[in-house]
Design a binder for this molecule. Structure first.
Ligand code: BUP
Length: 456
């Protein structure tokens, strides 16, 4: 970003899992003397996105806001009814329309940092403006390799030729069992597949690929990527994570936590857009109760928060709440997850392995019980296991594939909370993560080199 004070435009996509890393990046760049314009895609799908956008700009008045209105629906598609996928499709098809908005910015832009799903559209705009485009990946380095190679893997043919038992070879990554690859990727017509393939083809045009990970967490994958072992024409990957929290410290708003013994509470959350069947929710409840451990459970009953109308009692029953009132809390509101994970009472995290959650667990050194549900989450769970941050019951399958009984859940929770070696390893991961982002750490150095400011 060759300017005394670089001006960077940030372009996120939809959903909290995509918005959150951009809010963090915006704050990180602004605190490193960049002028920052954050483009907010309107309308948002979830209430949480609107609320966070409003409070972010209220607490960061020096960051410029620019709204970009995208037509809410994607070009006709019958492969999915997921409102977030449909929105990703619409956003991915709108990137090229950003030209006039971005041309008019003052001072002129030095670079655009855009979500992966905008790589194709934004690369045209950047060519026109003669500025670099950096693609921001919101998943693991490992899943990024899969996305980058997807156009050349012919997964649909692999499935047709009886490949469900044969591993898929990903250059520089080794072999992936088909059971951990998101099922839509085996359908070449699926919207999810089309979005990834379209944008993956434009990756060579990007100047660099930002990853919210750090050298010590995915060392082999990052090395393979930067040695050109994945594809020879890809730009360098730039691991700059875990991203720093941007929220003003407001407290975790759950006073109950302060009264619990150190490392005694299991925190349970499946992220902002994952729901489980009612039967599975009840089995998870039984598992928590049977494990004998204290718990703090963030429960979602609907993919989009605006539609989430059922109360905790309706979902879990009065007797469950009565019987567990001294051991656990179930909440349906948005919580300050990062602050909860950093609380001394938290001893374990049952997570769907959305990548932000994984990075937050890494940063706070909290051991994870991975329970991936869909999308990139099984590949992320592999990373969690390999980095010795957590454990994963692979045979539980994708969310909804089978009913995981309460006894099995309880067994895994007891394993998670009782494994002292895992706890010590997770703490080591936490130390390494925090070291990476300190001044002069591996992630901090990479970011400073991109924005070309002397370290101080
Ligand atoms: Br729910 C919830 N509080 O109550 P992921 C989530 N979060 O702070 P997802 C809260 O949302 P994708 C809550 O800390 C994380 O930063 C959480 O992102 C925060 O999962 C973010 O973990 C959720 O990546 O997104 O929402 O499933 O599918 O895009 O990974």
């Amino acid at each position: 970003c060759n300017q005394p004070q670089p001006h960077v435009a940030l372009l996120p996509s939809a959903g909290m899992g995509h918005l959150t890393p951009f809010l963090r990046l915006a704050a990180m760049l602004a605190s490193r003397s960049c002028t920052v314009t954050l483009i907010t895609i309107q309308p948002t799908i979830s209430e949480a996105e609107s609320t966070h956008i409003t409070s972010f700009f209220a607490t960061h008045p020096h960051i410029n806001r620019l709204d970009f209105h995208v037509h809410p629906s994607a070009p006709s598609d019958t492969t999915t009814d997921d409102p977030f996928f449909i929105r990703f499709g619409a956003i991915s098809h709108s990137g090229h329309l950003l030209g006039p908005l971005l041309c008019s910015l003052s001072p002129p832009l030095s670079a655009i940092f855009s979500d992966f799903i905008l790589t194709s559209g934004v690369s045209q705009v950047c060519e026109h403006l003669c500025i670099p485009n950096y693609t921001v990946i919101t998943t693991s380095a490992r899943f990024y390799s899969l996305m980058a190679c997807l156009p050349y893997l012919s997964l649909e043919d692999h499935a047709k030729t009886g490949g469900s038992d044969n591993d898929v070879e990903i250059p520089g990554l080794g072999s992936l069992p088909p059971s951990i690859i998101p099922p839509p990727l085996f359908n070449s017509n699926h919207l999810f597949t089309n979005i990834i393939e379209t944008n993956a083809r434009f990756l060579p045009k990007a100047k660099g690929i930002f990853l919210n990970t750090f050298d010590g967490f995915e060392p082999e994958t990052i090395t393979a990527q930067n040695n050109g072992e994945v594809l020879t024409n890809l730009p360098p990957v730039l691991p700059i994570g875990p991203y720093e929290p941007y929220e003003l410290k407001q407290g975790h708003h759950i006073p109950w936590l302060d009264d619990q013994p150190a490392e005694s509470v299991v925190y349970v959350s499946f992220g902002s857009r994952t729901t489980m069947s009612k039967d599975q929710v009840r089995e998870l409840g039984k598992g928590l109760k049977r494990s004998g451990h204290r718990f703090l459970w963030v429960l979602k009953a609907s993919k989009v928060d605006k539609d989430d109308k059922e109360g905790v009692e309706e979902l879990l029953g009065h007797s469950f709440l009565e019987e567990t009132k001294n051991e656990g809390i179930v909440v349906k509101e948005w919580v300050q997850q990062e602050e909860i994970l950093a609380h001394p009472a938290i001893g374990g995290f049952i997570s769907h392995c959305g990548w932000n959650s994984v990075m937050e667990a890494a940063q706070t050194g909290v051991p994870v019980l991975a329970w991936p549900q869909h999308g990139d989450q099984k590949v992320n769970a592999e990373v969690v296991e390999k980095a010795e941050l957590g454990i994963w019951a692979r045979h539980w399958g994708w969310g909804g594939q089978k009913l995981v009984k309460g006894e099995e859940v309880a067994e895994k929770i007891v394993e998670l909370m009782g494994d002292h070696i895992l706890r010590a390893n997770a703490k080591k991961v936490g130390q390494e993560a925090r070291k990476a982002t300190k001044v002069g750490g591996s992630s901090d150095k990479v970011l400073m080199e991109v924005i070309e400011l002397p370290e101080n």
